[in-house]
Design a protein around this ligand. Structure first.
Ligand code: SDX
Length: 391
């Protein structure tokens, strides 16, 4: 403090050198989100998860042939090594699926040692394809493990999303019919999560990757960053918050008062954002989808009514207006995932599957750039000046 005159209170934010990237553009004031220049609204409506993944990774939309080949290569890599399937036997049935996901993704670098290079184009492509193909399978196995149900093998005659739905909800006892409403809704939600610039988990992937750690190790670190309730874990925390309000019988108004009084750290989960100080364009699209999906599934969930009332009360309250707190992408997604049949603990896993192409795109962009240096965030020292050890 003597040296710098700064105290930790002044020390709100260290302005690290901005990362250069051409993948995603966000305007927090205008509520704009574009992947490689394309507005998220158009991609969510007209594209597919794999087409957008290709766009994020390669910078341009794929030709029909490129997309068909990309899709085919991913289908051919959905099987896990049998020893990796056995890895799940060692885990407790009540393991959190996000812990399973990060552990199993890290383990991929032990099974696929022929694709660990960060510079060999063929190995980079192979690790990309393997991760896109196997993450959904690992996620579904984590879900099945928590249910005590047998794992299915992937059915590569199905699309990326339909294969994932079948692995989660199909059983050995009967054939599984994919519900097109679920399929289209999940495709849209995954597209909305594919990338988001330098968020905490993507920055983690870039920082780990900047040491030339392989893709599996870098993404495993990103999964762990996403796990936290202030980041991807918020979609799980929102459902717990809504269920808490429902089960306590507490009014929404009363809950909002407790949030404003900052009682024991209670927050309005799914609200607020580091960048969006206006609406999060994704939240608007998810809210629309929530109404459509629940109606199409014939589901009425009182938690959706509570969420809508919470949004209405908060957006009219000066406390939230002054702090520019609006619903973010996590506020409504959980209600849809719940209606689809996913347990709450799988919600952040779904976020990770959506975010995977963005993590891969950033890791590749960084490794392709010869200017890339190892990450080393700056520090502003506010500790003790020099002193003497008198002994
Ligand atoms: C994601 O970065 C990304 O792009 C992330 C993401 C992505 O796609 O990768 O968009 C995904 O992580 C979305 C965010 C999900 N997290 C949550 O919903 C958790 C709840 N939200 C908060 O924890 C918070 O809003 C953050 C962490 C998201 C943002 O925090 P900020 O911008 O650093 O805000 P802050 O903590 O400095 O708070 C400013 C003020 C404080 O009040 P005062 O001290 O000024 O009185 O706003 C208050 C905070 O207490 N505040 C909240 C609040 N968020 C901030 N008060 C109640 N409820 C909240 N949710």
């Amino acid at each position: 403090t003597k040296q710098t005159g700064l105290t930790s209170l002044d020390y709100g934010f260290v302005n690290t050198a901005a990362t250069r990237s051409s993948i995603t553009y966000i305007d927090g004031e205008q509520g704009i989100l574009r992947y490689r220049g394309y507005p998220i609204e158009q991609l969510a409506e007209k594209s597919t998860f794999l087409e957008v993944a290709w766009l994020l990774i390669h910078g341009e939309l794929p030709s029909e042939t490129e997309l068909a080949d990309f899709d085919e290569r991913i289908r051919r890599h959905t099987l896990l090594h049998e020893d990796l399937r056995r890895f799940f036997d060692a885990l407790p049935h009540d393991a959190h699926p996000m812990s399973v996901l990060s552990s199993a993704v890290s383990a991929l670098s032990t099974f696929y040692q022929d694709s660990l290079s960060v510079s060999d184009p063929e190995q980079v492509e192979l690790s990309t394809i393997r991760l896109l193909a196997k993450l959904p399978v690992i996620a579904a196995y984590a879900h099945k493990k928590s249910l005590g149900q047998a794992f299915l093998y992937p059915d590569n005659s199905l699309s990326f999303v339909d294969n994932f739905l079948r692995l989660n909800f199909g059983t050995l006892a009967e054939p599984y019919e994919v519900n097109p409403v679920l399929s289209r809704a999940l495709e849209r939600l995954l597209i909305l999560h594919e990338d988001h610039e330098q968020n905490a988990s993507t920055s983690t992937v870039r920082l780990v990757g900047s040491t030339q750690a392989n893709l599996f190790a870098s993404v495993s670190a990103g999964i762990n960053a996403l796990y936290g309730p202030l980041h991807g874990g918020a979609n799980e925390a929102v459902l717990q918050m809504l269920a808490g309000i429902r089960d306590s019988g507490e009014s929404v108004q009363k809950f909002v008062e407790r949030v404003k009084n900052k009682e024991s750290g209670v927050k309005l989960m799914g609200f607020g954002h580091r960048v969006y100080k206006n609406f999060d364009p994704r939240a608007k699209l998810v809210k629309q989808s929530a109404d459509e999906v629940l109606e199409a599934l014939g589901v009425h969930d009182p938690l959706l009514d509570i969420a809508k009332e919470l949004e209405e009360v908060a957006l009219a309250d000066q406390y939230f207006i002054d702090r520019k707190l609006y619903p973010n992408v996590d506020f409504y997604t959980g209600v849809i995932y719940k209606a689809m049949g996913f347990p709450t603990r799988m919600f952040t896993v779904l976020f990770a599957i959506g975010r995977l192409p963005g993590w891969i795109a950033h890791w590749r962009e960084m490794n392709l750039d010869p200017q890339t240096k190892i990450g080393r965030p700056q520090q502003l020292y506010v500790g003790s000046p020099e002193r003497t050890l008198d002994r």
